[in-house]
Design a protein around this ligand. Sequence first.
Ligand code: KG4
Ligand code: ZN
Length: 386
Amino acid sequence: MTNKSGYKGRILGIETSCDDTCISLIETKDNQPSFKVLSNIISSQEKLHKRWGGIYPTLARREHQKNLTPILKKTLVDSKLEKKLKKKNSQPFDHFLEKDLINYKKLDSYLRSIEKPEIDAIAVTIGPGLDPSLWTGINFAKTLASCWQIPIIPINHIEAHLIISLFSFKDNLLKFTDQEILPAVALIVSGGHTQLLLMKEIGKYKMLGETRDDAAGECFDKTARILGLGYPGGPEISKKAAQWEKKRDVNDKEFLPRPMLHSKDLDFSFSGLKTAVLYKDQSVKKRTKDYLESMAYEIEESIVDVLIKKSLIALKQNDSQTLIIGGGVTANRKLRKKLNELDDVRVIMPEPGTETDNALMISVTAFFKEPQKIEEIKAQPNLNLR
Ligand code: KG4
Ligand code: ZN
C-alpha cells in the first residue's frame, strides 16, 4: 500500500460535484493508510432543492460559491489550524476565481488574514458531476494550492465512493480494512451512477455493466417525486417502505416490474420502473397512507432485488466472493440487510455516514494518488473509471 503523492501529513479534501458543499481534513501518520479525521463538514443543499424536486446546476453553483469560504474557515478553526495575522498578507498569489467574484473577494480577504496553515496537500473532485459545480470547487482548490504553495491531487468521485468503503473506524482512526480483498467486484449505486466493475487494484478497473437509462438513486428520487414525497427520494421511500413491511401480508404479490432481472448481461434499466409507478399513480383516485407505503415498499424491493441479482451474476462470472459497494444508495437499509443475509459473499460497505457525498472520501483517496500540475487540472463531467 503506497502513498503515491509522497507527502506525509494533512490532506484537505474538497467535494462540490453535485449539490453538497463538502470539505474535510485528515491527518496521516507514518505514511500508512490510517487517518485521524480532524474535520468533515457536509453542507447540504437539500432544503433548497426540495422546493424544486431536483437539482438545478446554476443554483447548486451559487450555493457552493457562498458556502466554500465559510466552510474552509470552520474547518481550520475546528482543527485549531487557523492563526490570524496581525498584519494582512500582501503577497501575490494566483487566483483562479476571476469569473467568480462572490467567491473571489471572500476567499482573498480570508486568505490574507491568516497564516499558512499546516496542511500538506489539497485533494479535489474533478468528476464525474455537474460542470459548473465541479469548476467552483476546482478553482477554489487551485487558489488555496497556489496561495499556500502545496500540491493538488485530482480525484474521481466514483472511485472515492469505492475507496472509502475499504476503510473502517477503529480506535478513533479511519483504517484500511484489509489489503487482501482485491481483486473484487464493485457495485456503485448513487444518484448519477449505477455500475458493476471489476476492481483489480486501486486505480485499475474494468467496467462490467451499467445502467442504460436512470441510475438507482435517480429512480428513488423520481418515483418519490411522482408520489409527492420529498427530495432526496431514497430515504423518503425507505421510511415509508419500513412502515409497510410491518403491516403487509406476507402473501402479497409483487405488482411493479423488476427491470432486466432476467437479462443475461450485467446492465441495468430503471426507467421502466419509473413509468410503471407513474401509470399506477395516475390510476388511483386518492393517495391513501396504505397506498403510498405499499408503493414505496414495492419500489424499494424492486430496486434492491435487481441490484443484488446482477451483483451475484457478476461475482459468479468473475469467480469472486467479495462485493464492494459504494455510493448514496448503499445507505439503504433494505439493501444492506439483504446483502448481509447472502451466504458465501463478503460484502464490504462504507461506514455509516460516509455513503452519501462527502469530502472525507476525497481526502482518503488522495493518499493513493499523485499530484498534478495546477494548470492541467480540469473539470471532467463525464469522467469514467478504467
Ligand atoms: O452518492 P450520492 O450522495 O450522490 C451522487 O453521487 O449521486 O447519492 C445520492 C443518492 C440519491 O439519489 C438518494 O436518493 C440516494 O442516494 N439515497 C438513498 C438513501 N440515501 C440516499 N437511496 C435509498 N435509500 C437510502 N437510504
Ligand atoms: Zn456521490
